[in-house]
Design a protein around this ligand. Structure first.
Ligand SMILES: [Fe+2]
Length: 273
């Protein structure tokens, strides 16, 4: 055993030796070694059994059993990932330098494995931190989006109210058409549903129907409110209200979807105007 310690003294290692298998196991359980080397001289010393007993406690360790004859020496490729591998090495003086080289290589490999594990642990920690930050960000974005959506809905409702109010104001001015816009909107919805009009278009249709006469804003009161029949010039002016409405709708973002309804609500089926 002293000879082995001397052999490995050139490496930067703490070498601990004992002649007793049970003492070796006790020490291994308290220290987790990187390399475990055992002699194998059955029946007195079962080095293979001793090394097998160390696998559970130090799975990554480089395990070398020194056997007496070349027949027993089956060399295996050592890799720390293959936990529990036991290398059989023949105890010949000429093999000593190979044994030292093997231990040195094993130590280097174990160092690399440990480095990789440390890196993996760091990556896992960073990843978890990033995921937590991402989750937090998602929550904040969701909250902000909800707030924006609510604000947009409120704004939309306010705009709708303002525009409906405008249509009602026109109606109020012109007793002849009082209630007309509301009735057109209601009939439109009934007809559209009956005709299988797409559900997502109903709101725009109702809006268009309600505001179709918005161009009457631009009709002179003397014509709009004239109790008697209109003369030719007055009719020409009155007939401008769809185009006037179209011009209004074109300049208001919210009314753009209903521009064609406003422009064409007096159009004949044959397109004759
Ligand atoms: Fe009209």
């Amino acid at each position: 055993m002293g000879e082995l310690a001397e052999l490995l003294s050139g490496l930067d290692l703490t070498v601990d030796t004992t002649g007793s298998a049970s003492e070796a196991l006790r020490r291994i359980r308290h220290s987790t070694p990187h390399v475990v080397i055992a002699g194998h001289r059955p029946p007195g010393l079962d080095g293979v059994a001793l090394l097998e007993a160390t696998i559970a406690h130090a799975p990554d360790a480089l395990r070398i059993v020194i056997v007496a004859s070349a027949d027993e020496a089956v060399e295996l490729d050592y890799r720390p990932a293959h936990a529990g591998t036991i290398m059989r090495f023949v105890a010949r003086p000429s093999e000593r330098s190979r044994l030292v080289a093997l231990v040195a290589e094993g130590i280097k490999l174990l160092g690399l494995v440990e480095e990789q594990r440390t890196l993996n642990r760091r990556i896992a920690i960073e990843l978890e931190r990033l995921q937590r930050r991402q989750t937090l960000l998602d929550v904040v974005v969701k909250e902000r989006t909800k707030e924006l959506e609510e604000s947009y809905e409120k704004l939309k409702a306010a705009n709708r109210q303002a525009l409906f109010g405008l249509a009602e104001a026109i109606e109020a001015k012109d007793p002849y058409t009082k209630g007309h816009c509301g009735r057109v909107a209601a009939y439109c919805l009934v007809l559209a549903r009956e005709a299988g009009y797409p559900d997502d278009g109903l709101e725009t249709l109702e809006f268009g129907a309600f505001l179709h006469d918005i161009g009457k804003i631009g009709i002179r009161d003397a014509v709009l409110l004239k109790p008697g029949p209109l003369d030719d010039n007055e009719w020409i002016h009155m007939r401008e209200h769809p185009v006037k409405g179209y011009e209004i709708a074109k300049s208001i973002e919210m009314l753009k979807p209903i521009m064609s309804a406003v422009r064409n609500h007096h159009e004949r089926w044959d397109g004759a105007g």
